[in-house]
Design a protein around this ligand. Structure first.
Ligand code: FEO
Ligand code: CA
Ligand code: CA
Ligand code: CA
Length: 618
């Protein structure tokens, strides 16, 4: 059910200046509070967070993880002051996690014991946290029955085409129906039936195959030298550690998959569904939505009697944009069922996966990744794959064959609640030397945001480029959207509409120095003009969307800004500060760490509230 447009919806704050501080900066008239920083205990199994890095692996399994990313607030009883916050923990900052941090060389923070590896594994995953607004400040409710951690070791089910497939069989799961852990949970999604979607992004680097890579391992980039944090290194030191860590080494050593972990990585690369309202439930990996480096997942317009579409970008250079369309059609009664993961199975285990091709004329096509999907060479995917499961396992390889458009690193997707237009961030691509129509800048350091309207009648869509990131004083041909000092930005990443139709843009700029030298990562807001279709085609570059783009928030030095969710009354905005350098100094997110003082950095959620108690942004 789509909300009615608010006729006089306007941004009600003035753009703030660029900033480079060890504190956050937020628009005039707003305050910012730190909530649930890394290490916050969720129950009495965990000790309080220690500033010397001495917390144990057990503490970490019962505390908020590191590197907060995608996030969603689930109100309890429709409250805007009481709910469950689901937070992704994408990866770790080893120097902060272990005692040698924070000022030492990051590599010196690397651990060398099984206990420290367990702490790293437990700092990944997802937190489900009961939070309440009490006496004007938000608090984590310790020992609440809903509080829960999912880590890179938590057992999860495999559902959809790959469930029970021979290439999912491991010593842990002889039936190929389950796996252990989720990792690199970057962007997120949510569903119309009340579950949380967490997206596995840069997981391939956690697995190593020192033998010959299979075609799909090569395509997705399984490591050939060593895992990102070397978890496989201590494998075999003690017999009970064998499968706990050895599973990250997927080199075949035995004669079949019951004797080694050759298939372990095949349990990763999916959209994972979690029911935060049922702490006893088991998370489910929905394989029908494809296997790649999923950045996020957003559903399109939901209408009774029609299928549901889910959009997801593959964040790597020259990768693609995907859409999954459910076989089942939407029944509004499913919004209120208590067996939410059964509802998830109905809409997410059966359907058709597509990949996007952007054409020269402002039109695009969704290309089916099915056995009878046509390849650009003239045959079908059935000439190359023996089953849908095999296509899913090598989703990106199948997308190569059908002729999808290589993009400039697809990051988050969000859908305009009023118009149904889909927006997606293309964060940057400094390796692009040949342009295409949807990625028109060579050496795209600053990124852009693309958007489209799907056709109801066909697998076609109209699209345009909404805005290009750039420095306001960029060279000719760079600042294509005419950005000024009050809204220049680079490397859009997090992207979300609120319920009213304000679009919020978050940045993750690590290398575009023309902007980075002026400002830390930030969050901007805009009320978009509509995508205009002309003669069934859109203007490819739409001109005037950015004039009302305003800077609302700037993060502390070293961080990126990611994750966004609101309470139903739109009076509390939650965002995440990921991998800060020397922050937070106190629970007041705007308190600057004094010059010369070094704090152990903690990724954290920041809650923004308006001083007069009103709605955010207007
Ligand atoms: Fe985890 Fe693509 O950012
Ligand atoms: Ca991201
Ligand atoms: Ca990013
Ligand atoms: Ca990141």
């Amino acid at each position: 059910t789509k909300p009615d447009p608010i006729p006089d919806l306007k941004l009600g704050f003035d753009s703030i200046a660029c900033a480079k501080k060890d504190s956050v900066v937020v628009a005039n008239g707003y305050s910012a509070q730190v909530l649930a920083p890394w290490g916050t205990p969720l129950n009495d199994m965990a000790q309080e967070w220690q500033s010397d890095g001495s917390n144990t692996a057990l503490d970490q399994a019962n505390s908020v993880g590191q590197n907060h990313d995608g996030m969603y607030f689930y109100p309890l009883n429709e409250s805007s002051t009481d709910g469950l916050l689901c937070i992704n923990h994408e990866y770790i900052q080893p120097a902060a996690l272990h005692p040698n941090g924070p000022s030492s060389d990051p590599s010196s923070g690397l651990r060398n014991s099984a206990e420290e590896i367990r702490k790293e594994i437990n700092a990944h995953g997802i937190s489900v946290v009961r939070v309440q607004l009490i006496d004007g400040s938000w608090q984590v409710i310790k020992n609440d029955e809903y509080n829960r951690r999912y880590t890179a070791a938590t057992e999860m089910m495999i559902a959809g085409p790959l469930s029970g497939h021979s290439e999912l069989i491991t010593p842990f799961s002889p039936t190929g129906e389950s796996t252990r852990g989720t990792s690199n949970n970057c962007g997120n999604g949510f569903t119309p039936w009340g579950t949380y979607l967490t997206c596995e992004e840069n997981w391939p680097g956690y697995f190593v195959n020192t033998g010959e890579l299979s075609e799909q391992q090569q395509r997705i980039g399984i490591s050939t030298s060593g895992g990102r944090y070397g978890w496989e290194d201590l494998a075999g030191d003690e017999s009970e550690q064998e499968s706990e860590f050895a599973r990250f080494n997927v080199t075949p050593t035995g004669t079949n998959s019951l004797e080694d972990y050759r298939n372990e990585a095949n349990g990763y690369g999916y959209i994972v569904e979690i029911d935060p309202h049922d702490p006893q439930s088991v998370a489910v990996k929905r394989t029908a939505l494809g296997r790649f480096r999923h950045e996020g997942c957003a559903y399109g317009k939901v209408e009774e009697g029609k299928p549901i579409s889910f959009y997801s970008g593959h964040d790597a250079r020259f990768e693609y944009i995907y859409k999954f369309v459910s076989e089942a059609v939407w029944d509004p009664a499913d919004a209120d069922r208590s067996d939410r993961l059964t509802v998830g199975a109905k809409y997410m285990d059966k359907g058709t996966l597509y990949v996007a091709r952007f054409s020269e004329d402002g039109m695009g096509h969704w290309l089916a990744l099915t056995l009878d999907g046509e390849t650009k060479a003239g045959g079908t995917l059935g000439d190359h794959f023996s089953s849908l499961a095999e296509i899913i396992l090598n989703t990106a390889g199948a997308a190569d064959l059908v002729g999808a458009t290589p993009m400039d690193r697809p990051e988050w997707t969000t859908v305009d609640p009023i118009s149904g237009t889909v927006y997606l961030t293309l964060t940057n691509n400094t390796k692009r030397d040949e342009t295409n129509v949807a990625n028109p800048r060579v050496d795209n350091k600053f990124g852009h945001i693309i958007r489209w309207n799907d056709s109801e009648a066909s697998n076609e869509f109209n699209w345009d480029i909404f805005v290009f990131g750039a420095p306001s004083d960029g060279a000719d041909g760079v600042n294509l959207s005419g950005l000024t000092e009050s809204n220049e930005f680079a490397c859009p990443d997090g992207l979300a509409f609120d319920a009213r139709g304000i679009l919020w843009v978050q940045t993750d700029n690590s290398g575009a120095m023309e902007v980075k030298d002026k400002t830390n990562d930030q969050m901007l807001a805009v009320i978009p003009t509509q995508l205009v279709d002309k003669d069934g085609k859109a203007d490819i570059i739409h001109g005037d969307n950015q004039s009302e783009l305003r800077r609302f928030f700037v993060g502390p030095n070293g961080c990126e800004i990611t994750g966004l969710t609101f309470t139903p009354d739109q009076k509390n905005c939650f965002l995440n500060v990921q991998h800060p350098g020397n922050w937070p100094y106190s629970m007041d997110a705007t308190a600057e760490t004094p010059q010369g003082e070094v704090v152990r950095p903690r990724s954290a959620t920041v809650i923004i509230r308006k001083d007069d108690g009103g709605e955010i942004g207007v």
